[in-house]
Design a protein around this ligand. Sequence first.
Ligand SMILES: Cc1cc2nc3c(=O)[nH]c(=O)nc-3n(C[C@H](O)[C@H](O)[C@H](O)COP(=O)(O)OP(=O)(O)OC[C@H]3O[C@@H](n4cnc5c(N)ncnc54)[C@H](O)[C@@H]3O)c2cc1C
Length: 499
Amino acid sequence: MTASRSSLSRAEVVDRLTDLLGADRVDTDAARLRAASVDRFKKYSAVHGMLDGPFPAAIARPATVEQVAAVLRFADEELVNVVPRSGGTATEGGLETVVEDSVVLDVSGLDAILDIDPVDMTATVQGGVPLQALEDAVREQGLTTGHSPQSRPLAQLGGLVATRSTGQLSTLYGGIEDLVVGCEAVLPGGTVTRIKAVPRRAAGPDVRHVVIGNEGALCVVTEVTVKLFPFRPETCRYLGYLVDDFGDGIEGLRRLVTDGYRPSVCRVYSRQDATQHFGDLTEGRTLVVVVTEGPERLSAATAEAVEEVFAGVPPVDPGAIEAWFTDLNWGPDRIRAEYDDMLRRPHLGYTTEVSCSWSQAAGLYEAVTARLERDFLRFADITMLGAHSSHSYQTGTNLYFVYDYDVRCDPREELAEYHVPINAIVVEEALRAGGSMVHHHGIGKYRTPWVQEEHGSAYVLLERLKRAFDPNGVMNAGTVFPLDGFTDPFVGIPGREGS
Ligand SMILES: Cc1cc2nc3c(=O)[nH]c(=O)nc-3n(C[C@H](O)[C@H](O)[C@H](O)COP(=O)(O)OP(=O)(O)OC[C@H]3O[C@@H](n4cnc5c(N)ncnc54)[C@H](O)[C@@H]3O)c2cc1C
């Protein structure tokens, strides 16, 4: 917890916001303030009603860009910490209000779909539009965004851009950074900036990247223009193979992708992870899953290449792969069910996703599992540890570690006792392998202890962006950039080298 630097009292913050937005746009309901102080829908202590705060002074719900600018101007002048929020599906602490009397700036009221252009193949929406709403609207015109994170039913375009998200079809369509062609953002102090949508330009550094991935620590995303593609579910082909080990699966994907083929889905699941998703189908083996799509001839040719790469490897029923794929997304019902399960039994599943080059992937998987096994006594409560690679590139892939554990401690200690040390092992091994500590969930607050190591001598670029765009330090304190004095649960954890 960090004290506010503002000279305004909590009540004065609320009064000033009310003057700016009107009482109906300033929420001070105690239960909603508590809920807005965290992000992880799986935050075990929160699920059990054990939230210690600090709780925000208010949730501001602007309806216009001008109101967003007014709140940011006020916050900058009065040194009030602002935590932007849209779909609320963040997983790395980015939404946590660690500074007392923060203002949560909820942009989900900016929810207009402004334009769908089937000639120039773009859609322009306000930052609070849920991706699912946009996807539904463009599909009516036979189009798709190509962006399909599992949180698609809930996540909103502003948050998806701010976290540098990626979707399940990324090997074909790319991550959000490949899909955003233009955007509007509001800077601390209230300046509104618009980055025009053009197919490409060589007009200096690509300023979209100041906005994409800023996690609310530099600016607020209020409008986004994304690419569109033809939607052709009828050309999809679903393929699955049982390989001997994780490294074999990675090598198959490497051959396919580096050769120039771009399936939309391209995954390898470790034995444990495959079993939890596909049950008996996997016969306890490692599973490769591929989906091809696009124009019929391209999809067919890609599927043919997949069959060549995995020739002689036992296939699995394509119908089972298709059934799994169509039920991957997480809407409110599924989140509620997992939430209820956590209330019923002391058990939790969590994840850490990293990336590395092809040559490091199998070794990184082995290093993480070996290290967890070495420290097995400490992690005796782990009931499942697995990983999958789900997003591949010409030069490498991601590894998405999944782990379930029984919670045998005070619910308040869950994060520090389990997620933190396991997460630390994955992050440290990824950095040791020369990879990245985070593939797509963002740094949030949970991975800031490693941000300088992640960036090395490039950290100065990041730090100067913060100083330039948020000189008064009012944007989402503790997110992306470590907060001095923030007593985070990662400090001094056993087994974390260098701490
Ligand atoms: C079940 C589940 C599945 C998921 N699957 C995926 C996946 O497949 N791929 C993936 O990439 N991620 C995934 N995530 C993580 C999460 O959905 C993404 O990070 C998503 O982009 C967050 O969008 P949001 O609208 O919910 O943002 P929020 O959770 O509201 O905010 C996320 C971060 O961005 C900041 N922020 C929010 N809105 C703005 C804005 N308008 N301007 C500036 N900053 C802002 C916040 O301060 C916070 O730091 C998943 C999460 C869950 C719970």
